[in-house]
Design a protein around this ligand. Sequence first.
Ligand SMILES: *Cc1c(COP(=O)(O)O)cnc(C)c1O
Length: 426
Amino acid sequence: MMNKYTEEYALYLDAEDPLRAYRQEFLIPDPDMIYLDGNSLGRLPKGSVKVLEDAANFQWGERLIRSWNENWYNKNTELGDKIATLAGAGRGEVVISDSTSVNLYKLAHSVIKMQKGRKKIITDDLNFPSDIYVMQGLVNELGSDYELVVLRSVDGSSMNFEDIINALDQNTALLTLSHVAFKSSFMYPMKELTRYAHSKGTLVLWDLSHSIGSVPVNLEDANADLAVGCTYKYLNGGPGSPAFVYVRNELQDKLQSPVWGWFGDDQPFDFRIDYRAAGGIRKFLAGTPPVLSMMPLETSLDMFIDAGMDRIREKSIRQTSFLIDLADKYLVSLGFRVGSPRDPGCRGSHVSLQHNEAFRISKAMINPGIGERVIIPDFREPDNIRLGIAPLYTSYIEIYDAVMEMERIVKEGLYASVDNGKDTVT
Ligand SMILES: *Cc1c(COP(=O)(O)O)cnc(C)c1O
């Protein structure tokens, strides 16, 4: 039996890894740098560089306006259908559009209009701040009859389901939650919560930003109503790549987007003066999509579909469990705490390690001494170092080496000389 806390074991796991070949599909200019932030900005697939070059030189440069018909106009729905494959949704249920924040607004607003007489929106404090801000803004716009309830988590990292179930009532129009919480990686059971919400007549809007491409999502099986999510995190769409919207087929006719833009019209190129919503998911589009930001996503989605979410999840669980085992063995005695669920069934693909000096430790990882290895995690207030595992390119040896470096940084007090100033983006 091999000692599972060793470099040898990490190398063995890599050698046995059925997904190991995918790493070569990504641009990795510095193989010594350990990148553990794919949950914030995924790595660049090599194929996406070619797509971007073609989009610029050929599609824009040479074909110009003709590219709208040749390539661009249907991209939102073509890419949406590929995301649907990863999310257990059907064709025509997902479209690429805007940012996650804007999509949250469009969907929540449309639910409020449909759920006449219901005045309450429920979310929780594990949710991403932008999600909560959008709901605050919506309630502010709707007026004082409306209420946003932000349920408190147990300890900043997980929720008591009872608290959600007890809060749902006949006055609740919408429950909106992150499927996987951005800080702690806590994952909700989508199907069970959806069933409870439906029993009260409440619709559920899931934010899949930290779950799409990291855990299998089955929207159809969960009988999910609505969802949104980012594409620049685990899906490797690139900085600023547009988000997606999912609306269950039967709901598409009943809901109306609050933004009536020409891309959501039935026949944008008729240039009629009266808006007529497109049938199906296209009605949730508003204006011209960011074509260049959308194009690189396809290469990456094809890789996910090829690798299969079940195999990706299997590796992710092995990797996050390996990381937690190593943290228990080498880091807990140095003041670290595991801030993510220990049950892999309730955990996404990132692990938060907490420490009272988390910020300075994370900075020492990113900016080490000359000749030492750069490790890129990210820091989330107040004391979380998030380590994102992206199974298509993260190796077991990187996880092992990162933990060894964290141990060294704390043991040798290397973070002590790091200043506490924060960059604009952390
Ligand atoms: C990253 C993230 C966002 C960001 O939304 P944008 O509007 O695309 O910037 C929103 N919600 C969650 C849960 C996220 O993880």
